[in-house]
Design a protein around this ligand. Structure first.
Ligand code: 0O2
Length: 199
């Protein structure tokens, strides 16, 4: 079998995604029954492509090798959780942090502290123990948690980053920033409306 850049570690990367996705599925089922509402709209998973990993290693000034890709860059395996409301994002973060076998390595709240360009999302890097063929492997996983509106914004902004020679770049950056603020306000208003409906 032809093994790529991640070699046999691809098994760990796939397994960590499967493990955490399964735990999230249980949360979703439980919430649907207990609260009659699933706080998660959808989940996206990915293993970082070889090219994107190599580019990130170079960007961070690290030697391009598997050891650095797995242990210095934490997002070889990634899960993105898209929630309905902002408070769902924080609930999901708490639920993930409550698993006592999971270690939180890094945590960034870009919702309370948005990036200069307007980017909003909650980032967690966790280390997950996996039992594989009688051995315990501890594997990093990056989790990004955000609302549908934040996800919509970041997909468009991501496209711009990867396009070269964009005309009116300055205007686009300004417009995106404006949209990010409007989205943040809308997210808060949507929660207020939900609370009014539920009263
Ligand atoms: P890609 O191509 O999406 O995978 P640091 O802690 O700063 O040393 P890092 O990994 O840059 O390290 O951390 P951070 O800020 O938590 O960002 C990790 C990922 O979040 C990025 O991965 C993006 O997926 C996403 N992200 C961060 N900032 C932005 C942003 O301004 N816009 C968008 N659209 N996404 C963002 P990659 O590998 O950089 O990129």
């Amino acid at each position: 079998m032809e093994l790529g850049f991640y070699r046999e570690s691809i098994v760990e990367l796939e397994a960590v995604i499967t493990e955490i996705t399964a735990r999230l599925d249980v949360i979703r089922k439980y919430k649907r029954i207990k609260d009659a509402r699933d706080p998660i709209e959808y989940i996206k998973t990915r293993i970082k492509s070889e090219d994107s990993m190599k580019e990130k290693l170079k960007r961070k000034g690290l030697e391009v090798n598997l050891e650095n890709a797995l242990n210095k860059i934490y997002d070889a395996a990634g899960i993105r959780i898209i929630c309905t409301f902002v408070d769902d994002v924080y609930d999901i973060v708490q639920m993930i942090k409550q698993y006592d076998d999971i270690e939180v390595i890094k945590e960034k709240d870009y919702i309370k502290h948005p990036k200069e360009n307007g980017y909003r999302s909650y980032h967690l890097v966790i280390k997950v123990p996996l039992h594989i063929a009688g051995e315990i492997h501890r594997v990093y996983l990056e989790i990004q948690i955000r609302t549908i509106a934040m996800d919509f914004w970041s997909s468009l902004e991501h496209q711009m980053k990867y396009k070269k020679n964009i005309k009116d770049q300055k205007l686009i950056v300004e417009e995106l920033k404006k949209c990010a603020e409007q989205i943040a306000t809308t997210d808060i208003n949507m929660m207020a409306i939900r609370n009014m409906i539920n009263k």
